[in-house]
Write a protein that binds this ligand. Sequence first.
Ligand code: FO1
Length: 315
Amino acid sequence: MSHVLVGGELVVALSGGVGGAKLALGLSRILPAEELLVVANTGDDFEHLGLTICPDIDTLTYALAGLDNPATGWGRRDETWSFMETIATLGGADWFRLGDRDLALHVERTRRLGAGQSLSQITADVCRRLGVGPRVLPMSDDRVRTRVRSESGWIDFQDYFVRQQCRPVVQQLAFTGAADARPQPEVMAALAGGNVRAVVICPSNPFISIEPILAVPGLRAALDNCGAPVVAVSPIVDGRAVKGPTAKMMQELGLPVSSASVAARYGDLLDGYVVDAGDAGGIRAKLHVTSTLMTTLEDREALAREVLGFADRLR
Ligand code: FO1
């Protein structure tokens, strides 16, 4: 599984699911495969119907393989739903939609985890079989689970996000297991290798996608000390989140909905920050203002180029 880099440099991208995967895809299209390493959040992972589901790893894998579902952003394209329909008729849980093709990945991953393979090994093998060139690695092979506290107490992340459609008012987030999790060793080796060109924090939700990664002991320090500029792309455009509950969560946590609030979460880790026009106020990091909306494939590539160009100028 180890990777030999010949001469080239490495871009390390931190990503959650849908929003982050768009930029990861853009990066994958402008970089040789061996020059991109994507570190995926696993705080959203959960056990469901006896299966281990890793939404962010899978969203990234499908996006990089060109197998992603453009309508949902998660799951596979050209999906069929016989399993879901059937489980519903049997009275089983149908709130988390597992398509027939997607289901195969969860079944096979669960079997291999049970046989002793690590999540990193399984992910690397799945990526190889699906024709994904860049490395996609979990932040840790140890179990980390995001939990959400609302007025009715603590619940699991997917219960909050999918089953309750982000309706509960978030009072606090916790990353259970993070304090004891070991950072993924290849990620740590890559960051210590002295040939990192840039660290890119994708425009994912800071609270539930990036902060779980930064909560794994040693990872934040390794990113800080890798010698390359750390550049984040804001997930906020025009004072609104591009997708998902980021803005709602910020309001509930008492933070202004702005790119500046997101930058403040990352604090000293940031060397540079990419924001959309109109979102540039009150930020300490060096700024690059550009269109950050990624609707088309060309947008993804263009933003990836802007981000890397900006990072190179910060070196
Ligand atoms: N998100 C939903 O909103 N509803 C679903 O039914 C759903 C199913 C699903 C299945 C596999 C998978 O990998 C992801 C899935 N997601 C679903 C997405 C998902 O859980 C969230 O977008 C992320 O966890 C947040 O990053």
